[in-house]
Design a protein around this ligand. Structure first.
Ligand code: SF4
Ligand code: SF4
Length: 347
């Protein structure tokens, strides 16, 4: 079964992974999506041993002109809404060898961790986007990538590396495609073959390592069926041009990132959760594969019976306690309470 292989925790024979002390078991080499060129061939087994569902490496440097054009068109169209930092750092964003990323980098290692659809959740966690119903994925991803960093340093002594999980202007989906993890979907997300788009991404940018060499050009389209189910499911029309999200209309953007401005009524009236929105992801037929989950439960689940109404009335102290150690901690408690109030008003 592909899912057994994808979980991969007991399917690794990589000697590099053993050397790095990251083995969790021993059995045949796992096959997960991603490029693993020549001396980098240890990556896939190392990634599988740590629960990654896709792992690969791309030659570092400038992103393709196409990727730059798409990004600039997205910003010029104003689709980034209040994410003004997207207008900055264009030199670093378009080139991983820029000194703001890793000076003279040779390789970008990309990894995807699967998260659950969250269908089994109860209490307030039913009202939180699936990717956030766990210990903060940034922490989980960094912990797992530390194992890959050890494997890389064991294989290439003298490596200089930096781990990125939303921590710098690295075009993570563009690099994930370049590293063979999957392709862009019309939902704007990376789609990993046989897994779907319920994944979180992280990168390790390395210098003093062999530059990976492509034997074929990665496809940007990947497994997307172009069926339009994601576009049809979006209640606000935020997925207008294929693969581009207009944040001005996106419930996920407004409930997670928009902490200062009021949420426009036509967006708040489409809310289904107090944090994020899963409608376009849930509608995608490629996300119907059996659940894989490599994220940990939240450190403190809080009162399981809490409702959005309770959240809208809860004190700062209670909200901080319930959401401690999760992605929701990155958004202010005022924002969470505002979202809960809007959701209650909507119903
Ligand atoms: S997250 Fe929600 S609002 Fe945003 S594009 Fe997807 S369906 Fe539309
Ligand atoms: S719903 Fe259809 S068009 Fe949208 S990302 Fe999934 S496969 Fe592609």
């Amino acid at each position: 079964m592909v899912n057994t292989i994808l979980h991969g925790k007991t399917h690794c024979t990589s000697s590099e992974a053993k050397e790095a002390g990251i083995m969790r078991g021993s059995s045949p080499t796992a096959e997960i999506p991603g490029h693993a060129f020549g001396p980098w061939s240890f990556l896939k087994a190392a990634g599988a041993s740590l629960g990654f569902c896709a792992m690969g490496v791309a030659p570092a440097g400038e992103v393709s002109q196409r990727a730059r054009d798409v990004f600039e068109r997205w910003v010029r169209s104003g689709y980034h809404a209040g994410l003004v930092y997207m207008e900055k750092w264009s030199d670093a964003r378009s080139d991983t060898a820029h000194h703001g990323i890793v000076d003279g980098s040779a390789a970008v290692v990309c990894a995807a961790l699967p998260y659950s659809s969250g269908a089994v959740e109860t209490g307030i966690w039913k009202s939180v986007a699936a990717h956030a119903r766990s210990r903060d994925y940034h922490q989980v991803m960094e912990d797992r990538l530390d194992g890959i960093v050890r494997a890389i340093h064991a294989r290439f002594p003298g490596t200089i590396s930096r781990v990125f999980v939303d921590t710098a202007p690295v075009m993570e989906r563009t690099w994930a495609v370049a590293a063979g993890l999957g392709g862009f979907g019309n939902n704007g997300a990376l789609i990993v073959p046989r897994v779907g788009s319920r994944v979180v991404l992280g990168e390790i940018v390395c210098s003093n390592v062999p530059k990976p060499e492509y034997t074929d050009v990665p496809s940007v389209r990947g497994p997307c069926l172009e069926c339009g189910a994601c576009v049809d499911a979006c209640p606000t029309g935020a997925l207008a041009p294929p693969g581009m999200v207009d944040c001005n209309k996106c419930v996920s953007y407004h409930t997670i990132e928009n902490t200062r401005e009021p949420i426009p009524p036509d967006v708040s009236s489409a809310m289904t959760l107090i944090f994020g929105c899963d409608l376009c992801i849930d509608a995608c037929p490629l996300n119907r594969a059996p659940d894989l989950c490599e994220l940990d439960p939240p450190p403190d689940r809080g009162p399981g019976s809490m409702t959005p109404q309770d959240v809208s009335e809860a004190s700062d102290e209670i909200l901080a306690k319930v959401f401690r150690g999760t992605c929701l901690e990155r958004t202010s408690v005022e924002t969470i309470r505002r979202n809960a109030r809007l959701l209650v008003e909507r119903n």
